[in-house]
Design a protein around this ligand. Structure first.
Ligand code: ACK
Length: 363
């Protein structure tokens, strides 16, 4: 820059004042730019993975572990490291893509021991598999709700790598209902649905989109409390045997997924609400397969043509109406989880509203 010409004494002030003003305005402008950029990036960070969800101020929002440069940092931040000597593995209860799922007990010093489920990462894994495995823990560790599976902690400093969660005596909801066909009252079934709606309301308030809400991903405890589980989106969909590849290359559980999510990957809380409607149908039909043996392609075409699942046998008409509401083509017309929850609460408070069955009205 060229130096300013020597000013006259009475001009000094003015000149300097002008310069100061310019510098100040420049700094102010840059500051505002900086603040705006910060706000923008914060906004981006919050919404990038939330499919347009605008979180309420003051309410904790979900942080996607993928936004961490080093994903192990996310695990450290959101999951407690457990000393493996506190874990007592008792038996194998299932198999996941990454290794066995076991039941056992967690004996933390100075605390009563509690039953837990332990997911293990089998040996010979790649660094990517380890990250994918632990990703679920860093998501689950951010939630604190009675209707979301509780993370007790992780073992990452020794082998095998483990994720320890609360134990759910009755296992997955779909198989549980299939083995107990017709054994519950409508009110008990609505109680289960209410629990799932509480969990989903919590997740949507946190800005988390589940993408794979289905009865197989709900666990049931000994008191019939239902809890949402299986977090991790892409990994979960890889593992989900129901997930099929779409024309656009995504892996999606077609029967549970909203049409806009299948067609152009628009996953949102509203698409979770569609899946919730399918879970309602699964629960009211005691674990029947949605759309029975129809092929995925036929399901997509039928939905496009306006076909919707009919009410299961013995299903109150009000519940089927709620399902149909969740399955509106226009995502904006679907209820939000708070609406679903208050609707179910009203039914529970006045159970007389559950007496008219959908089959009665058809007749
Ligand atoms: O239907 P299930 O008994 O419930 O079979 C599957 C199996 O492990 C493989 O995922 C069961 N499972 C998973 N997490 C838990 C848990 N927290 N408590 C009890 N069982 C669980 C699931």
């Amino acid at each position: 820059r060229t130096a300013p010409t020597q000013p006259q004494p009475n001009q000094v002030c003015c000149h300097h004042f002008g310069q100061c003003c310019l510098v100040f305005c420049g700094v102010l402008h840059r500051c505002q730019g900086y603040i705006k950029a910060r706000m923008k990036s914060e906004e981006k960070r919050r919404t990038r993975f939330h499919s347009g969800h605008v979180p309420f101020s003051g309410i904790k929002t979900y942080v996607d572990p993928d936004t961490y440069e080093d994903p192990t940092q996310a695990v450290e931040e959101f999951a407690k490291e457990i000393d493996p000597s506190y874990i007592c593995i008792e038996r194998v209860i299932g198999a996941g893509e990454f290794g066995e799922v076991c039941s056992g007990r967690l004996r933390l010093p100075g605390r009563m021991d509690i039953p837990v489920a332990i997911k293990t990462l089998k040996g010979g894994y790649s660094e990517q598999q380890r990250r994918d495995f632990l990703r679920e823990a860093s998501i689950m560790g951010q939630f604190n709700c009675t209707n979301i599976i509780r993370l007790e902690g992780v073992v990452t400093n020794s082998r095998p790598v483990m994720i320890v969660v609360e134990y759910m005596e009755n296992g997955a909801l779909d198989s549980f209902l299939r083995t107990r066909d017709g054994q519950f009252t409508v009110l008990q079934l609505v109680g289960m649905l209410r629990g799932i709606a509480v969990g989903m309301t919590y997740l949507s308030d946190m800005g988390y989109v589940h993408r794979d809400l289905a009865a197989r991903n709900i666990l049931v405890d000994k008191s019939l409390v239902c809890k949402v589980s299986d977090f991790g989106m892409s990994r979960v969909l890889e593992e989900d045997t129901e997930a099929a590849y779409t024309a656009t290359g995504g892996k999606i559980p077609i029967r549970w997924t909203a049409p806009e999510a299948i067609a152009y990957g628009k996953f949102s809380t509203a698409s979770d609400v569609w899946s919730y409607g399918i879970v309602m149908w699964e629960v009211m039909s005691y674990g029947e397969r949605p759309y029975w043996e129809m092929s995925n392609q036929d399901v997509i075409l039928s939905i496009e043509e306006g076909y919707r699942l009919p009410a299961p046998m013995g299903c109150p008409v009000t519940l089927h109406q709620l399902m149909l509401h969740c399955w509106q083509k226009d995502a904006g017309q679907r209820p939000c989880f708070t609406d679903v929850l208050s609707f179910l609460d009203k039914l529970i408070i006045s159970p007389g509203s559950l007496l008219t069955l959908a089959t009665d009205t058809q007749r």
